[in-house]
Design a protein around this ligand. Structure first.
Ligand SMILES: [Zn+2]
Length: 363
């Protein structure tokens, strides 16, 4: 039944009941019309108040359902996706999220060095559609681990980023079920070796400095994986993927340092099947220690996430160099605006991540 009809029928019923009661009562006899009108008004008011509160709740919560196997719906959703059959401990700031507890003692063996030849087994960059889960590995640095509240804040921000991406996907009528894994991984990088970073070139391909940074990030991830009892990053990614049935996963490496965030998509990774967005605690041209971590930036999460699906940077180029209507100052890959609410996925970026066809190629 439509909402207005329910409202009308209910208020008429309540008004009739109130009028009948007024007629029966000594004190209200003669005021039946007034009583009925007030009762009807109050009923409508209560219905609307309940609806307003309900709508507010709905906008604050995420869908409890997890993206599962089978055809995705035409709408786009965000949910917290449970990681199955692992030991975990609830985050005390936000019990929706849990820290992964490694069961076994970490093996002492050093893993083999990264195989650059693994590049031969390059995979295609996937489209951002279907069921995807974002899994986070938090790496503490310089003797400072990520605190529980810093982690909870970042995961909440990731959910916010996910909601934004889902809303944009809906705008393009793209079926996308995006999830944030309920379980996160936390390690400390106790290595004294500095994670050197050169200037990363602007543009859409990885320069030498950025490629080097990518290699280091993969080494860091493998080191973290070993602390958690896995053989290396590939082993961790494969084993965790097996516990997220029905969804494909992307990883976010949260490094508790200042540095320049970057994405390592599947077609550029040196480790088979490992694609990840490296997000520093604070954006900086060079890697540097941070004492107090600034608030998380959902724009960085979205920007790096879209890189993993083939989106290219669009900053440093005049808008006039793009095809008309393809890119505006509001595109999230252009970063002219700092607030996510003011940004969009413009048509060229949408084409790159597989949301529309027929607009490949940019500047
Ligand atoms: Zn970028």
């Amino acid at each position: 039944m439509p909402r207005r009809a329910v409202e009308s029928v209910l208020s008429v019923l309540v008004a009739a009941l109130a009028a009948w009661l007024a007629r029966e009562s000594e004190a209200l006899r003669g005021l039946e019309l007034w009583v009925a009108a007030i009762a009807a008004g109050l009923t409508i008011l209560i219905i609307n108040l309940r609806r307003a509160i309900g709508a507010d709740d709905a906008s604050n919560s995420v869908l409890p359902s997890r993206p599962g196997p089978g055809p995705v719906r035409a709408s786009s959703t965000v949910s917290i996706v449970p990681l199955l059959s692992v030991q975990k401990v609830a985050n005390f700031r936000n019990r929706k999220f849990q820290r992964f507890e490694s069961g076994a003692e970490p093996p002492e063996i050093e893993p083999p060095p990264l195989q650059h030849s693994a590049r031969i087994a390059r995979s295609q960059t996937p489209d951002l559609r279907g069921n995807w889960v974002m899994v986070s590995l938090f790496v503490g640095c310089d003797g400072r681990p990520w605190s529980e509240s810093e982690i909870a804040g970042r995961l909440d921000s990731l959910l916010h980023a996910g909601r934004w991406v889902a809303a944009e996907a809906s705008r393009y009528r793209m079926p996308l079920a995006l999830g944030v894994c309920d379980t996160y991984f936390a390690v400390e990088n106790d290595s004294t070796e500095r994670i050197e970073i050169g200037f990363a070139p602007e543009g859409d391909d990885m320069g030498p400095a950025e490629a080097d940074q990518a290699t280091r990030a993969l080494i860091l991830m493998s080191r973290g994986a070993r602390q958690l009892g896995f053989r290396d990053a590939t082993d961790m990614v494969e084993k965790i993927a097996a516990r997220l049935p029905g969804s494909r996963s992307v990883w976010l490496l949260h490094i508790r340092r200042g540095g320049r965030s970057l994405a390592i998509p599947l077609d550029l990774t040196e480790l088979q099947g490992v694609c990840l967005a490296v997000c520093y605690a604070r954006e900086a041209s060079f890697t540097e220690p941070v004492v107090k971590v600034p608030g998380p930036d959902p724009v960085t999460f979205v920007h790096e996430l879209l890189h993993l699906f083939g989106a290219t940077d669009k900053y440093g180029v005049p808008l006039s160099e793009f095809p008309p209507g393809a890119v505006t100052a509001y595109d999230v890959m252009r970063l002219d605006r700092t607030r996510l609410a003011r940004l969009h996925v413009d048509p060229l970026t949408a084409a790159e991540i597989g949301w529309v066809s027929g607009m490949r190629g940019g500047h």
